[in-house]
Write a protein that binds this ligand. Structure first.
Ligand code: ZN
Length: 254
């Protein structure tokens, strides 16, 4: 593809990414409160000012207003532009790695779901089941569009999740959350068993290391939301998995 097209696509995908990112902010705030995600107008949390369309332009409105409400000047959470920017960047990175393909589409949507469910899980220790259903649908599309490799995905669906379900059943839900079990099942269906297993291992390593540090530094409790770490592991696996697997295999084939 010519360079100019690549640059053009990158910009368009970034813009779509931040628009979807701003929708993720709505999900992050409203799902835990069981508020309607479609009908309620966005408003200032302090003065109730209803945001106009020009206050709702992802990333740019926040920068233009310097993070304050247009009417009362109350600070707007920095989470809004951060989520928008992160989603935009993730979409661009996915496009740069997988090009114009069905994989790019599926992985972009996967990352958006992981981003939102991670923030919600971090705050509430729960992964809303809607996110897992959404990723399940992505997985079904993946199998349908790559049906020659159906077995890879089917093994992915059960390999990590059955192991986690055993822990879940034995510990009666204290060892791991049911949402995490479902998450690793549906990401397995979407990624296939190799990348999913790798993502799970990376997520567990990151989770234990970072959580031990957080328990020491900020006197964090023992309760650990695994969703963010598993999501991070899956994302790293999608971007670097082929590289890591090849590197690992090179020890056995040399
Ligand atoms: Zn206000």
């Amino acid at each position: 593809m010519p360079l100019t097209y690549n640059i053009l696509f990158t910009i368009i995908i970034f813009l779509y990414g931040i628009v979807v990112g701003s929708f993720l902010n709505v999900l992050i705030y409203r799902i835990p409160k069981h508020e309607n995600i479609a009908t309620k107008r966005s408003h200032c949390m302090e003065c109730g000012y209803q945001l106009k369309w020009y206050d709702l332009i992802p990333l740019f409105s926040y920068l233009f207003l310097r993070g304050r409400c247009r009417k009362c000047g109350a600070r707007i959470s920095v989470q809004y532009p951060v989520i928008e920017a992160v989603n935009g960047i993730l979409w661009v990175l996915t496009f740069l790695k997988y090009g114009l393909s069905i994989e790019t589409l599926l992985y972009c949507l996967l990352f958006s779901a992981l981003l939102a469910l991670s923030v919600i899980d971090f705050r509430t220790y729960e992964i809303p089941v809607g996110f897992n259903i959404f990723i399940l649908v992505l997985g079904v599309v993946r199998v349908a569009t790559d049906y020659r490799n159906w077995l890879q995905y089917l093994i992915g669906l059960v390999s990590v999740s059955l192991f986690l379900f055993a822990i879940f059943a034995i510990s009666k839900g204290r060892g791991i959350g049911g949402g995490d079990v479902k998450l690793m099942a549906v990401t397995g269906l979407l990624l296939g068993w190799k990348l999913n297993l790798l993502g799970f291992v990376i997520g567990c390593i990151l989770g234990s290391v970072i959580h031990i540090i957080r328990m020491r530094v900020s006197k964090e409790g023992r309760t650990l939301a695994m969703g963010p770490y598993l999501s991070l592991g899956v994302a790293i696996s999608v971007f670097f998995g082929d590289f890591i697997v090849n590197w690992y295999m090179s020890f056995f084939t040399a």
